[in-house]
Design a protein around this ligand. Structure first.
Ligand code: SF4
Ligand code: SF4
Length: 413
């Protein structure tokens, strides 16, 4: 067993007590009540294993950003240890608010059937005040808009047949956000893949990756959904198709959280799950595919590295692709956590910390006079757009908008 494969329980023994993790923890910087990664993680685990009474409710403050793990020189799975301890020892029962925030498929299915009404209603001040008072969803939050037509519906109606024209195929895990809120992102993915000569299949069955269920304490439901996704992924991998996503968090969850937090064996398919930008960049880099861009696309863009992208170490693929667009004036943000951490920043008790954590990032963005920010995480998009007023797009949508589709198709025939 190598260092990467060790279990949470084994990894805490590797702690050198150097406290580097504490320096990189965004929560320690804004909230003195948080014990910090070393104490909440490896140090606390020693005590909790002796007696669960040592579990500290302050672990609820952890964002699960994994920045501590990226910084740790000894490969201690600090974030995993904390997340697993919360699921195992916390006596707090999830609230109705947590159920609503975590069940993205249920909410998305209901909301998208009457999207204009839902979008209008969620933006009303009195509704926000009621949600704040009754559900403890902070009234400052802007909810992402729902689309009237889900991506899956569009795909079956307008794109499915065309995919038969391609011999090379990939499978797409679209995730909740692209399905219910931003179908354009998923359509952009299909547009790029088709232009470079790949057909797109959807998975036989897909549920939310489960990241919000895990962070809100619904482990059993997360395991159920993960098993359903893994079943469909295995079938696609069996057909020789890589599984591509357009969300860094969905990718990270299915590759790493399924094994480390939900204790599911995904080792047979883990390496087949990748972010679309990685897959496309590697094809371009190997000279197997050519992207041709429009001459008149001109944008000043800065890239924000989401925490889970930092953990994957894959920002280089997204940034390299965006930099290939000749008309892009590219800036790399010195990114810390944006503070939203999925559903965390929606909660009234965490809103203030969430905004304090993101402030240095927001300041950089405001100072750069940008046309847009690029990032691979949908919740970072919500946080940055709400806090800076600057438009945020996924690199896939930026590439799709800048792409000369006809010329790219020709170049890849
Ligand atoms: S960075 Fe790693 S080794 Fe250092 S104190 Fe934190 S967990 Fe221990
Ligand atoms: S996961 Fe993030 S918030 Fe939690 S201890 Fe690590 S660095 Fe801090």
């Amino acid at each position: 067993m190598n260092k990467e494969q060790n279990t949470n329980a084994e990894s805490f023994e590797q702690c050198l007590k150097c406290t580097v993790c504490t320096v990189y923890c965004p929560m320690v910087a804004v909230n003195p009540d948080y014990p910090g990664p070393k104490q909440a993680g490896p140090d606390g685990e020693r005590y909790r294993l002796k007696n669960p009474v040592f579990y500290d409710d302050a672990l609820d403050l952890c964002l699960n950003c994994k920045r501590c793990e990226v910084a740790c020189p000894s490969n201690v799975k600090i974030g995993d240890i904390i997340q697993s301890a919360r699921l195992k020892y916390s006596s707090k029962k999830p609230k109705l608010r947590d159920f609503i925030l975590a069940n993205t498929d249920i909410m998305g299915t209901m909301a998208s059937t009457m999207a204009p009404v839902v979008n209008f209603t969620l933006g009303l001040k009195p509704v926000k005040a009621v949600m704040d008072g009754v559900l403890a969803v902070d009234h400052h939050r802007t909810f992402p808009k729902y689309a009237g037509q889900r991506f899956e519906t569009w795909f079956k109606r307008y794109a499915l047949k065309k995919q038969e024209e391609y011999t090379k195929k990939v499978s797409y895990f679209h995730g909740c956000y692209a399905n219910y809120n931003n179908p354009k992102l998923a359509k952009d993915f299909v547009k790029i893949m088709n232009a470079i000569g790949y057909g797109v299949n959807l998975l036989e069955k897909e549920k939310c990756c489960g990241v919000a269920l895990i962070s809100n304490g619904f482990k059993n439901q997360a395991i159920k959904q993960a098993n359903l996704n893994l079943g469909s992924i295995r079938k696609a991998v069996g057909r020789g198709e890589p599984i591509l996503t357009t969300s860094s968090t969905c990718t990270f969850t299915m590759r790493d959280e399924y094994a480390h937090i939900l204790e599911l064996d995904n080792s047979d398919v883990r390496s087949s799950i990748a972010l679309a930008t990685k897959f496309i960049f590697e094809l371009v880099d190997a000279g197997k595919v050519k992207l041709v861009f429009k001459d008149d696309y001109r944008k000043r863009i800065a890239y924000h590295t989401p925490c889970h992208m930092e953990k994957l170490g894959w920002a280089i693929y997204s940034t390299s692709l965006v930099k290939m667009i000749p008309g892009v004036d590219f800036n790399m943000l010195d990114s810390q956590c944006c503070g939203i951490a999925g559903t965390y920043g929606f909660k009234k008790e965490h809103y203030e910390d969430s905004q304090k954590i993101g402030e240095s990032l927001f300041r950089q963005i405001r100072d750069l006079n940008l046309d847009m920010v690029a990032t691979d995480c949908e919740t970072c998009k919500w946080q940055i757009e709400m806090s800076t007023g600057v438009q945020v797009e996924n690199p896939i949508s930026i590439i799709a908008d800048a792409l000369d589709v006809e010329a790219t198709q020709k170049a890849n025939r």
